[in-house]
Unconditional design. Structure first.
Length: 188
């Protein structure tokens, strides 16, 4: 009986030693993989290299096209509100995004006469698997021509879309909050 107990204790010590050693090796490997930030010259060189690539050339052509200029002009119109995180009045023009979009859940809105994509990101199911509501369940109640108040921290663009993409951080309708993005944990 004593031999069995000693054998179990010895095997426990060996296994825990292997697990601890494996953890140390993984920590050392992850420290080696982290790289230092690129210097300004390195970033500039990487940008030049990308601009010379087929994707970079296509993007530059899009920027110079009338469609690209229209998207940049739309971004410029709301930039002041984005920087200050202030209210923007919008009207919902469509409950679906352009065909083929991969932005997750979103709607089309008109702000000061220009159309924008209001994107909220991929729809994740609620934490409780028995409750099938998503975090956007109140946004599903929006209808075309609803007047809403939007606040956002960011606006993006992509050659695939003919509209600027406004990141939906806060949405209000009739003085009721429909959506408010939760702040990130442990980051900027």
């Amino acid at each position: 009986m004593k031999k069995v107990i000693y054998a179990l204790i010895l095997s426990l010590v060996v296994v825990s030693g292997l697990v601890f050693a494996n953890r140390e090796i993984k920590n050392e490997a992850s420290k080696k993989l982290t790289s230092k930030p690129l210097s300004a010259a390195e970033r500039k060189a990487a940008l030049k290299k990308w601009e010379a690539s087929p994707d970079g050339i296509m993007f530059k052509k899009w920027e110079a096209s009338p469609e690209g200029k229209k998207v940049y002009a739309g971004e410029a119109k709301i930039r002041k509100h984005i920087r200050a995180f202030t209210n923007m009045e919008a009207v919902v023009t469509s409950l679906s995004l352009p065909p083929g979009s991969r932005l997750g859940f979103g709607v089309m809105v008109r702000i000061n006469g220009d159309d924008y994509i209001l994107s909220f990101g991929p729809e994740k199911p609620h934490k409780n698997f028995l409750n099938f509501n998503s975090e956007f369940h109140q946004l599903h109640s929006l209808k075309v021509n609803d007047r809403i108040i939007i606040k956002s921290h960011g606006v993006m663009h992509a050659p695939k879309y003919s509209y600027p993409i406004v990141v939906g951080d806060y949405v209000e309708r009739d003085s009721k909050i429909l959506y408010k993005r939760a702040p990130r944990k442990g980051g900027c």
